[in-house]
Write a protein that binds this ligand. Structure first.
Ligand SMILES: Nc1ncnc2c1ncn2[C@@H]1O[C@H](COP(=O)(O)OP(=O)(O)OP(=O)(O)O)[C@@H](O)[C@H]1O
Ligand SMILES: [Mg+2]
Length: 338
């Protein structure tokens, strides 16, 4: 550490004579590391004070939409005028920068501090992706190195004052959430993302149990990819029928302008709510299946930004308001450790 004063004589820690002066390089290194660690801890405490709310986004299963929910929450909160940051902890597959229009960015480091990039609506973003030389080369960091990198990220980032920090994780109940929960003081809680299928729900049950072992409150469950709504036009007053999955037929009546809409529950429905009820944690809302999220991920314009009045933006606004009411109640759905 070049800025570490332990490489010099520090008052109160004066070496006793010549022998100590010539500390061996291994000892010197250890002291420097200890100093850096202490500085980082103080910095984490400071970060803890400057950020009003810290929310973890987790799921037991991969690909259910954690990053979509993390970025969506962040953008929806920023739309309300809040100062928001996203910390993307996913080292092996970080895709938050892409969703926030920050693909290809590199970290900005000044005076030993890391400065976040700014995405849609001024949302500050720190991602492991900013460290990658080439996004097609996977990062293979073994346990302690990876966890050290996470601690460094948390301790060395200059977020400034934030109303909300959303922390996006890789799938599963791994070491990353544990490291973050131990490093960052006063985490408000976690949002658990699930899809309506049985397998995803089983995994989200695991996440809820995991939350209790981390001693982080569960703010609630979000059901993602909940239903796909198709819109169309027919003869006013007529009935339209469509063939739905599982051999079912769905029907709707066209209104006076001939418009109709039908919602297909592609992956069933209501599983998020029943999981929440089973564990006695809040259900925060459902987000529709919207191909616009996939397009947004590809072209770097978030769905809420490209269609601020659309069904997905409205659904996100509802989830945000549920999260805020949990925060206002100081939710601590204290669960028994299973
Ligand atoms: N509501 C939705 N409607 C349609 N597509 C969606 C929806 N939510 C997410 N997706 C798409 O599903 C894919 C996976 O989403 P996302 O990357 O957010 O999941 P994840 O849980 O973060 O994945 P990982 O576990 O790999 O981190 C992406 O292509 C995303 O655009
Ligand atoms: Mg993700």
């Amino acid at each position: 550490m070049s800025d570490s004063p332990v490489s010099m004589h520090s008052p109160g820690n004066e070496p006793a004579g010549e022998a100590a002066n010539a500390a061996d390089p291994a000892q010197q290194k250890q002291m420097e590391q200890a100093y850096a660690q202490m500085k980082r801890k103080m910095s984490m405490a400071e970060i803890g004070r400057k950020i009003k709310h810290k929310i973890m986004v987790l799921s037991g299963k991969g690909g259910v939409g954690k990053s979509t929910v993390s970025t969506g929450l962040a953008v929806a909160l920023a739309q309300q005028g809040h100062k928001v940051g996203i910390l993307d902890i996913d080292i092996t597959g970080p895709n938050v920068p892409k969703m926030m229009g920050l693909d290809g960015r590199k970290l900005h480091v000044e005076g030993g501090r890391i400065y976040p990039a700014q995405g849609h609506l001024g949302v500050k973003v720190i991602s492991m992706a900013f460290l990658l030389e080439d996004e097609d080369t996977p990062v293979v960091w073994r346990g302690p190195i990876k966890l050290g990198a996470i601690q460094q990220f948390i301790g060395d980032v200059e977020w400034g004052e934030l109303d909300y920090l959303i922390i996006d994780f890789p799938p599963g109940t791994s070491d990353e959430p544990l490291t973050v929960a131990q490093s960052l003081p006063d985490i408000d809680g976690m949002v658990i993302v699930t899809t309506p299928q049985d397998v995803a729900l089983l995994d989200s049950r695991k996440s809820i149990s995991f939350a209790s072992s981390l001693k982080v409150p569960v703010l609630g469950v979000v059901e993602n990819m909940s239903g796909y709504t198709i819109h169309g036009k027919g003869t006013p007053g007529s009935t339209v029928e469509i063939a739905a999955p599982a051999g079912r037929t769905l029907s709707a009546t066209c209104d006076e302008e001939g418009k109709f809409s039908i919602t297909l529950d592609i992956f069933k429905k209501g599983g998020g709510q029943s999981t929440a009820e089973e564990f006695g944690v809040p259900f925060l809302g459902a987000l529709p299946f919207d191909p616009g999220f996939v397009r947004g991920g590809d072209d770097g314009v978030h769905r809420i930004v490209s269609e601020p009045e659309g069904a997905s933006a409205i659904a996100f606004a509802k989830v945000v308001s549920s999260v805020q009411s949990q925060l206002a109640q100081g939710t601590s759905s204290s669960l028994e450790i299973i």
